[in-house]
Ligand binder design. Structure first.
Ligand SMILES: N=c1c2ncn([C@@H]3O[C@H](COP(=O)(O)OP(=O)(O)OP(=O)(O)O)[C@@H](O)[C@H]3O)c2ncn1[C@@H]1O[C@H](COP(=O)(O)O)[C@@H](O)[C@H]1O
Length: 93
């Protein structure tokens, strides 16, 4: 069964492959892996700031930005989402 993260990951993979005009994902690929990794860090900081002062709606929005950029990083690294799910399951007590 597919969930929203799987669906988004699949769209990201197709953007990285087809590089359509106007795709933000494709523009990230052009900027390179260190840039994408930095974006993950920036978005994580925005999550921290939102959690301390900006309210729940903002926290949800920044969480989405963080998850999206994390998925792009995993996709660029060639790590299937199933591998992350598997590791999370392995850790579950
Ligand atoms: N879920 C997202 C998503 N979340 C966040 N973002 C983008 O991430 C950026 C975060 O904002 P920032 O201010 O930090 O960055 P910025 O100044 O816009 O960009 P930078 O120059 O800093 O990289 C915004 O441009 C958002 O549009 C996303 N961009 C795309 N998606 C989804 O990814 C899929 C593919 O999108 P495209 O590649 O654009 O077709 C689609 O399903 C989209 O809905």
């Amino acid at each position: 069964m597919s969930n929203v993260l799987d669906e988004l990951y699949s769209i990201i993979l197709s953007r990285l492959k087809d590089k359509p005009e106007g795709s933000y994902t494709a523009s990230l690929l052009e900027k390179g892996k260190p840039y994408i990794a930095r974006k993950v860090g920036e978005e994580a900081i925005e999550v921290i700031v939102a959690s301390t002062s900006e309210g729940k709606e903002r926290l949800v929005s920044e969480t989405c930005d963080l998850l999206y950029h994390l998925l792009v990083l995993l996709a660029v690294e060639g790590i299937p989402l199933e591998e992350v799910y598997g590791e999370l399951r392995r850790r579950m007590k």
